[in-house]
Design a protein around this ligand. Structure first.
Ligand code: NDP
Ligand code: GUE
Length: 441
């Protein structure tokens, strides 16, 4: 693979530059897992030209012109098996559909999932829409409450309480994140009068902002399909206890591993991220599957070294696009990339593209009797275009896919296939909740 790339470059160099009078500058991304290999190659040959090596970070503006070396190498070989979460998710949804209709025939009634959305985050609105569509596709009734950003905690609690008591609702989900104090301040445009008012009410403990913990705790554990209830997490963490629900995103990751025949028992796993939604329950679930688990978070020293020891990586961090580069990955590891970082991007209003999936074209010219000039001809090509979508943001992943797919034995692709899986698991949790309520096996 690497030789293909450098044979091309160096052979033309050798043809044009039979002596060491010429200086060729190979500029490689320092994140390229094969950079040392490539440097060796570039020095090989009977009469190597004098070579200047520069290793640059991917963010370097110089790479705008020269990173084609790196991308060309990456495109030449993809060894990882692609974990096709989309088709597994479809398979699971089909199984759920059959199970729901079987249950309807025996018990009667329709399953119901209630989603409470507070505020106007674009990504949250998309996720809620996706859940609604998924519910409809398998025959689950979806109840949606959309409250304004400045709703009071009491209003949210009132709706939760209603759903707790409603026998036609088998699962309740409060979409996170809830509006925080700071977003409420934004809503109030920092108007000092209102700020004063808010602070007073806050101090009087009549809070208008959302207290996530209070709100989540008010969802009754039997309907908490997110599995966020402290008692549920306690059961998940304890030996010999069974949680009522596995959090659906980590459950989706484990299901992908199972359905792809990945051995978990006795393997080293690293979970990047330790949130209540993904990282912590993912680590607990992997431990239940007898993996030896390490958790990497924002304060971890040397996360790269720890991650490189893992046979299985679940990446669910925030804010560090393409953080997990090739050098973080042990050859043959299985990589599940959960992380998606929506980045506001006005230019993407027509659709969105996934960073790290760009293809580029180049021309190689031999100018001035010695220098190899590699030009970027085209702008990055959007991998996924969706003219109907008006999202205004693009998604940035945690794992650098181009690098990872060269090193890992299996990987979730870009666009991510974890999303559809997680939603399938939410439906599965709703079904098991209904079964439990109706004593149906
Ligand atoms: N595809 C899907 O179905 C789903 C995708 N997601 C995505 O997964 C990601 C994680 O979600 P969520 O867990 O809710 O996010 P949170 O913000 O709650 O947690 C992020 C975690 O990442 C850790 N982290 C942040 N920066 C770094 C870093 N540089 N190195 C290592 N760890 C870091 C944080 O560490 P610390 O605790 O120290 O702050 C924290 O534990 C998000 O991108 C989200 O959009 C989530 C659910 C479903
Ligand atoms: N109470 C609660 N429970 C959650 O589990 C929860 C939550 N709140 N708030 C937000 C996060 C995030 N989350 C996602 C679910 C599906 C996709 C998903 O379908 N993703 C698609 C892309 C979707 C898109 O195009 O934007 C994919 O990865 O391919 C993403 C993220 C669940 N979370």
């Amino acid at each position: 693979m690497a030789s293909v790339m450098f044979t091309d470059c160096s052979s033309s160099t050798t043809a044009a530059a039979p002596s060491s009078r010429y200086t060729v500058s190979f500029i490689l991304s320092s994140r390229c897992p094969f950079s040392s290999h490539l440097l060796n190659l570039s020095c090989s040959g009977p009469q190597p030209p004098s070579v200047t090596h520069q290793l640059l970070p991917l963010s370097s503006p110089i790479l705008k012109h020269l990173e084609i070396f790196y991308y060309a190498a990456m495109a030449a070989e993809t060894s990882a098996k692609i974990i096709d979460g989309k088709s597994i998710a479809k398979q699971i949804r089909d199984e759920i559909t059959v199970e729901i209709s079987r249950m309807k025939d025996t018990v009667g009634g329709v399953l119901g999932l209630a989603v409470i959305l507070v505020g106007d985050r674009k990504d949250s609105a998309t996720y809620v829409r996706n859940k609604k569509k998924a519910c409809e596709s398998v025959g689950i009734n979806s109840f949606e409450v959309h409250l304004p950003e400045d709703s009071t905690k009491q209003e949210v609690l009132k709706h939760i309480s209603g759903f707790n008591d409603d026998a036609s609702v088998h699962g309740i989900l409060v979409q996170l994140p809830l509006p925080s104090m700071s977003s409420l301040f934004c809503v109030l445009h920092f108007n000092l009068f209102f700020l004063n008012l808010v602070m007073r009410t806050y101090l009087l403990n009549e809070t208008t902002h959302m207290n996530e913990q209070n709100i989540l705790n008010s969802v009754c554990i039997e309907k908490d399909v997110d599995g966020f209830h402290p008692l549920n997490i306690g059961r998940l963490a304890m030996h010999g206890r069974e949680p009522l629900f596995d959090s659906w995103t980590p459950k989706g990751c484990i299901e992908l591993l199972h359905r792809y025949g990945v051995d978990i028992k006795g393997r080293r796993a690293v979970v990047i991220g330790r949130s209540n939604i993904v990282g912590t329950p993912a680590a607990l679930l992997l431990q239940r599957e007898d993996a030896t688990v390490s958790v990497v978070h924002s304060r971890t020293n040397n996360p790269e070294e720890i991650t490189r020891q893992a046979d299985i990586i679940i990446a669910a961090a925030v804010g560090q696009a393409n953080m997990v580069s090739g050098s973080w990955i042990k050859p043959g590891a299985v990589v599940i990339d959960v992380g998606i970082n929506p980045v506001e991007d006005e230019k993407s209003a027509k659709g969105y593209r996934l960073v790290g999936s760009q293809q580029r074209e180049c021309t190689t010219t031999n100018e001035g009797g010695g220098f190899i000039v590699v030009q970027l001809v085209n702008d990055p090509i959007p991998l996924k275009q969706d003219a109907k979508s008006a999202k205004g943001y693009r998604l940035v992943r945690d794992v650098c896919y181009e690098e990872a797919c060269m090193i890992a034995s299996a990987i979730t692709p870009v666009p991510g296939e974890v999303g559809p899986m997680t939603i399938a698991m939410l439906l599965s949790n709703t079904l098991s909740s209904a079964k439990r309520m109706h004593y149906y096996k």
